[in-house]
Design a protein around this ligand. Sequence first.
Ligand code: 5BU
Length: 452
Amino acid sequence: MESKKEFFLECYKLGIIKFGRFTLKSGIESPFYVDLRPLASDPKILKHLANYLLDMLPLDNFDLICGVPYAALPMATAMSLESYIPLIIKRKEAKDYGTKKMIEGIFTQGQNCLLVEDVITSGKSLLETIPEIENEGISVSDIVVVLDRQQGGKELLESKGYRVHTLFTISEVCGMLKEEGHLSNDEVLRISDFLQGNEVKFEDKKRLSYAQKLDVAEHSVARRLLETAIAKQTNLIASADVMTTAELLDLADKVGPHIVALKTHIDIITDFDPDSTILPLKDLAAKHNFMLMEDRKFADIGNTQELQFSYGIYKISNWADFVTSQVIGGYDSLNCFRNVGVVAILGMSSKGTLTDAAYQAEALKVAQSHPNVIGGVSQKQIPEELLLFTPGVSIAETGDGKGQQYNTPEKVFADLQTDFIIVGRGIYKADHPEAAALNYKIAGWNAYTASL
Ligand code: 5BU
């Protein structure tokens, strides 16, 4: 067999340890995260692991082997196959029908069982598991553990009279990873600090400023948005969900000085007319230097989207600077949005939205790879190369009784590191929309500077 270090590095490649900043179940922040389940997906590694574990043990002592569910089940099975020591299975919960047994398999009272565990932290869960085996008349003298997180578990179990054999400790693992250049000195120090029970300080990664984003932005629409935000000191997009041309133009003229863009749902305007709606709207956009964002949320195949975008009565491609689109039609469905920026809908703000984590992850991949996409709508942080647009913003932070969920500007800048806040009713339904827009402009800009 290869050396223990070589073996560990093979295991590490499967992604079993991650370094960074993780919040544990207890709420404590940890500088590393361990999950050994991937080991079972590589048969060669699992077999080697079984042999490494068996090599450390006084095998004559054991009549049975049992893994703590679930991560250690395949490990215990592999050890049984390699050693011919019979396997028993401990249930996680007793069956609620039939025998109500906790242990499955063939065993007799008085037999001694080797307990296998993947990771030991405080040892408390093992201390709960052991009596469930002992209650069946089986004794437990030894526990074998793949990775000791060195947080007191081994000592706790040894103080109760159990022998604990560990293949790797977290310090040993960090040492090997440092030698191989996978961990920096700082990270190793932070981990040893954490293991000594000190609360570790994570440097809060600073968000990028608009100027820094402008340095790297390639899309002309993203650049203009950032330039406008800097010039006008605003990150506010007013959502003009009004139903007549007169209201739309009146609102645009009033809030224009305070916004970076005006967001429209052009299909709710009842008296839409290209000449009397769009031409004056474009004039106001030029007068107050704001961009036009049509929140069309395209969601069809590329060909249909192309028709919806350029034809029909709205001819969105003639006037919108950027549009929103679902990415549900796939990468190619976004090809038709040439010359405009696309804001991809990754996650929605409404209660019960179907944009779950798996959908968002896939949608994000499309957004990140498509050259027409400048950013996304999401209620979560997204990679900083995309601009983040956040609707569902209100200073009052209450719902609307129709499923909308609101956050304050402070919250979306602090928690999501958003780039642009989108405010609808908070502005157009206010008694004085201009004053309300100014309020949101100031709140949004202060929240942005505070998050830098
Ligand atoms: P409100 O009045 O501030 O709730 O309006 C929010 C606007 O943003 C409205 O036009 C919605 O259609 C739009 N919106 C949203 O609220 N939530 C989302 O997830 C998306 C768009 Br995508």
